[in-house]
Ligand binder design. Sequence first.
Ligand code: CUA
Length: 344
Amino acid sequence: MRGSHLKPSTSRRSSLSLLLALVLPILLSACTWGGNHSPLNPASGPTETVNRLWWIMFWMSIVIEALVAGLVVISLIRFRRKAGDPDPVQISGNTRIEIAWTIAPAMILVVLLVLTLTTMVNISEPKGTTMRVTVTGHQWWWEFDYQGMNIVTGNEMHIPLDEPVHIDLRSADVIHSFWVPSLAGKRDAIPGHDNTLWISANKPGTYRGECTEFCGPEHANMNFIVVAQPRAEFDAWVKQQQAPAVSDQTGLAADGRDLVQNASVACIACHTINGTNLKAKVGPNLTHIGTRQYIAAGTLENNQQNLMRWIHNPQEVKPENKMIIPPYDDDTVRKIVAYLQSLK
Ligand code: CUA
């Protein structure tokens, strides 16, 4: 029983290492502040403004906490009762101190109120925002409909750098919540109630977004990305997305196209592919699915292997999701996947 003979210094050292082991990962992970997926790593004017306010509040709290905890510790040490000490002087009320500790916190709160109100004004939507996107939350994916641009994407939003984009937020079923931590605040998508939000980015990159309101079994797999790109790149993307789906497939992809368009497989019941006879709006628009980075709302990277896994059995990847299809044989799946990958 060596453990029971530990010297005090050894046990102190082991509790210190335990503490370090617990705290160090948190400190280290804080170095990156969550990459492109954190309000502490802002990449837009509004999130930078909110982030500044957050840090001011953080340091003010640290100072106040240090002051209060410091006074408590000093009192504990300095005024500790020793053996034989008489009872201390009994005080009831001290008007001057009471006024001070009422006014000081009130002033701190007024400062924070002014800073918060200024921040709220500074992050309001700029006038004359021309680009508008209707974002609809579905169980469990996001639809992005670029108003007047004839572009509908699923789980992938592109925005031009340094330009505000107005969002009309809707829900097709239950309450969801739209959040891209690095780019904008969070807003609920409520059925029957239109909400709005605006979004922008001042650093190019791919930002992760997600649903932040529990909305059913696949709530955790209701992610999306926002790709912020310079104007020219964004325009090229727009041009590509506006084009109808390519139809000059060959080989396996052509076989897949025939299966999909002749309704030999279930795709036509739920999906749209612009320029074909697929016009249903139950699931995501697949017109340019070959260009998207992820499938199944950020659940899997978009590649051949994952597409096959998904079409073989979507319920295995995302249990209880709304895509319920018969089991297809390998050959059929391979053809469908070849066709989907050709949709660039
Ligand atoms: Cu949608 Cu949670």
